[in-house]
Design a protein around this ligand. Structure first.
Ligand code: TGC
Ligand code: FAD
Length: 389
């Protein structure tokens, strides 16, 4: 049965025809191209690369960046709706698009030279080039300010030393946006595949986000030419501003995963018979469905408003934190309820719910853990930061 969306509050009426068209196009792509192959990719733990050219053709990379760089020039509502639909397929597919767009193309656009923009953005948009974003280190996750990856000035460029960990797309990337300290200040570098001393081994044996490549990045005296420094990125604010873009997409994406779980649950509850009735006839099951629908609807309203603020240019990073924190938490709760409603079937790959549930465990952690976003909000409310003493 085709997926018709979850729209209890008629939010479709608030979307423009173009926004609805983008949403429906990505929905169809997910239905026809992602859902039929994703369970196999998840079970076998690989990212289905055949999706990448199709995603590029749909304009899913750099959707909001200017058309003069081969990008989409669309608004943030379109971007959010696309992320929602991709994550209805799988968080790994949305992750791929988030990284390419928000964490690689955005910093090159926002902090790169005109030459860097022209060299990289069109090829990232059409997926001739794949990118990754290296901020996290083995000993510095929530606290990237402490990073120990270092760049040293040499003739004509820089020498890069250190390591990054948990990097989405690392092993398949042609270019890595890497954050490192140069004379104590955080700067951004474009590290290209094949540079001497650079390796990106894949991290294996994940129980979550299995249809996504996660890697280490290792730098041993890697010579980075001068022209690969992002000239306008100075300090932690630069990578954190990229995270704001990606966290925005995650807030939308989590709703997609929740919708998939809710949709599967409604279908299951109305067809699975126990005690002579569909299980959806029992009040306890209805209560779970009502909770799911309520939380999805609240999450959708947050995203809709967030998109309007982002398009108006008045969005604050803390508002993105509120939505990322809330929507991922409710999506995880909804996935767990869905798993429960599906009984034993809920643990199998016949149904998407356990895959979404396990994926969401990563989504809760990356791009700022749930608790880090709690502290970001706490600091905004009280004016007192509680990250460190
Ligand atoms: P703090 O002093 O608070 O901030 C330093 C400067 O940055 C500014 N700022 C932001 N700017 C834009 N967007 C944001 N979200 C910003 N957050 C802070 C801030 O105003 C300040 O500016 P200025 O002018 O005063 O210098 O920095 P802090 O060291 O105290 O850290 C704060 C904290 C803990 C919130 C931050 O470090 C943080 O967010 N930690 C979480 C780390 C994180 O999210 N890592 C994600 C890695 S990438 C990833 O996970 C990709 S997954 C991809 C996928 O597969 O989808
Ligand atoms: P830690 O920071 O060690 O946190 C451990 C626990 O301690 C958490 O519960 C946290 O909330 C808590 N904690 C930490 N500090 C505080 C505090 N001050 N107060 C209260 N509690 C605290 N990173 C990238 O740079 N690029 C990527 O592409 C990328 N992709 C990823 C893909 C996957 C699948 C995963 C799982 C991670 C990815 N990450 C990536 C890394 C991710 O951003 C980090 O895992 C995340 O920021 C948390 O860091 P950590 O795992 O080191 O946990």
């Amino acid at each position: 049965m085709a997926f018709n969306g979850v729209d209890y509050y008629q939010l479709d009426e608030l979307l423009s025809p173009e926004e609805r068209m983008v949403r429906d196009t990505v929905r169809e792509f997910v239905e026809n191209e992602v859902i039929p192959i994703i369970e196999e990719a998840y079970q076998q733990a690989y990212f289905p690369m055949e999706l990448v050219p199709k995603m590029a053709e749909l304009g899913l990379f750099g959707m909001t960046l200017p058309q003069e760089y081969g990008c989409g020039g669309m608004n943030n509502m379109c971007y959010g709706l696309a992320m929602q639909e991709l994550e209805r397929g799988d968080s790994g597919v949305r992750s791929f698009a988030s990284v390419q767009s928000s964490l690689v193309m955005y910093p090159i656009y926002a902090y790169g030279s005109e030459e860097q923009r022209r060299r990289w953005l069109p090829r990232l948009a059409n997926a001739e080039v794949i990118g990754c974003f290296g901020l996290t280190e083995p000993d510095y996750g929530s606290n990237p300010a402490g990073m120990i990856t270092t760049a040293t000035k040499i003739d004509g460029g820089f020498l890069l030393n250190g390591a990054k960990m948990w990097i989405t797309n690392g092993s398949i990337a042609d270019v890595a946006v890497v954050w490192a300290k140069l004379d104590g200040e955080i700067r951004g570098f474009l590290v290209e595949k094949g540079m001497k001393g650079f390796s990106a081994p894949e991290m294996k044996n994940k129980h979550s986000l299995r249809a996504s490549v996660t890697s280490e990045l290792i730098f041993q005296d890697v010579e980075i030419p001068e022209e690969n420094l992002l000239p306008n990125a100075r300090g932690l604010k630069a990578p954190l501003s990229c995270l704001t873009q990606a966290r925005y997409g995650i807030a939308w994406g989590a709703i997609g995963a929740a919708m998939a779980c809710y949709d599967a649950s409604v279908k299951y509850a109305t067809t699975r018979i126990q005690f002579g009735k569909p299980i959806g006839a029992f009040q306890l099951v209805q209560e779970k469905l009502a909770t799911m629908l309520t939380e999805i609807t609240k999450g959708q309203l947050l995203c809709w408003r967030l998109a309007k603020l982002k398009d108006a240019g008045t969005l604050r990073p803390q508002q993105v934190s509120l939505a990322k924190r809330n929507n991922v938490a409710i999506a995880l709760e909804i996935a767990r309820l869905a798993r429960d409603i599906h009984g034993a079937n809920g643990i199998t790959s016949e149904y998407p719910v356990m895959r979404h549930m396990l994926n969401l465990e990563s989504v809760k952690t990356y791009e700022g853990t749930h608790d880090i976003h709690t502290l970001i909000l706490g600091a905004d409310i009280t004016g007192i930061q509680a990250f460190s003493s």
